[in-house]
Design a protein around this ligand. Sequence first.
Ligand SMILES: *Cc1c(COP(=O)(O)O)cnc(C)c1O
Length: 512
Amino acid sequence: MTFPIYQSEETFDPRSPEEWAAFRALSHRMVDDMLTHLATLREQPAWREMPPSVRAALAEPIPRAGVGAEAAYMDFVQNVLPYPDGNLHPRFFGWVKGNGTPLGMMADMLASGLNPHMAGFNQAPALVEQQLIDWLAELLGMPGGSGVLVTGGTMASTLALGVARFARARELGIDVREDGVQAWHDSLRHGPLVFYGSVETHGWARKAAEFIGLGNRAFRRVPVDADYRMNMTVLAEAVAADRAAGLVPFCVVGTAGTVNTGASDDLTAIADFCRRQKLWFHVDGAFGALAYLSEKLRPWVAGLELADSLGFDLHKWGCLPFECACVLVRDPEMHKATYAAPASYLAETTRGVIAGGLPFADRGIDLTRGFKALKAWLSLKADGVDKLVRLIEQNVTQTAYLAERVEEHPDLELLAPAPLNIACIRYAPAGVSDDMLDAVNTEVLLRIQETGIAVPSSTILGGKFAIRVANVNHRARLTDIDVLIDAILRVGADVTAEMKQEQPSPSAPRDR
Ligand SMILES: *Cc1c(COP(=O)(O)O)cnc(C)c1O
């Protein structure tokens, strides 16, 4: 039997020194183009609408035969590069999205180039992730804790809730891994599990409740006070009432930096309550946890260091490219007991490549994982934690400046306290109804986005439409805040005038 295909065997590598040289040249061009893009962001609009031709170009039939790397790359340059949602820009303040960094981008390239399988495999890349986790655990008041990098804050907090559920079930003599939530239905001894968070808790909690089989109703939403912090009296009453009704409370979620306003729950009080009530204390610190790194800002998120578990992002206030988040669990044994799943084809040996096992696969759901840790490790080493702290403080100062400009101007209104890096504001000249202000501010927001001046987003606070400015932007300067405020005033005046004109006065006859 012969194998005549030898000459035509395929590979995705270049096949000759000439092909390598051509690919190297293209690669250098890619790096140069992207760095030029990053270096000239200020000259570009914060956002631009996609023309129909671009939408059409991005709806191609399946490419059976390739066009080659260079042609495909030109498609990227023409049709993709100019049309993201704007989060690179110095005046992007929408939702809570980080910018990414040039060094982080290069680290992602190195991570892909090296392409290690990060289930564990106790080689150098695994030591990098473990060292990073140890640093983060120490920085955030959980030294010796167990951790793993994940895609985002949603996954981080979902994994933590899974550990909390497992831990509580174990106390009750239920093996939730073996018997599932079904065990509760089968057991006459215990009512269903429930957990608590404020109404300002991010939407991950609902998804997590559904995903781990508890159901949305198991997530008890506790009202907030005027500062958007969880009302502790109502929490205590709710837990007592649920216990009396035969339910099994297992966890309280405190938020360090809520998504709407940047408020933080009283984490110290929640920790104390959880200790007395024997409940798991999880902190969602998606962006706010990193405020803990600053001595100046730490009081805003104090108590975070008392958590049983903490979920937070490095791709928001940590500024790293997507995706990069981390879950920390204080009790390493509990973390591993929740997720470790031995398999014959993954068995650990005392020597060789799999010596040391698969610690990261044992701390979550993912088996195959990318080398997200590299960008965080490399960036912390290159810039130091102190620089990150200065940037975080800078964003808070910029937000305080924005809040001050808003409060000083008679036509602007601050709709909630802005203690950290989020401000909810609106254009509100005297003598305009709340209904009309909602319409005016919606239009102002859209025009500011569509003209590419800046990208804030929106929320509803106390029934009022708010322009929401969330600042995790390491490229923003105070002058960018001025540009945004001036635009809101200018566009706000235009839109209000237009809308007043459109509105028929009460006495005018309506003709249709
Ligand atoms: C962004 C955010 C999340 C979700 O994090 P992702 O990284 O988007 O999954 C959770 N909680 C808060 C407070 C957030 O701001």
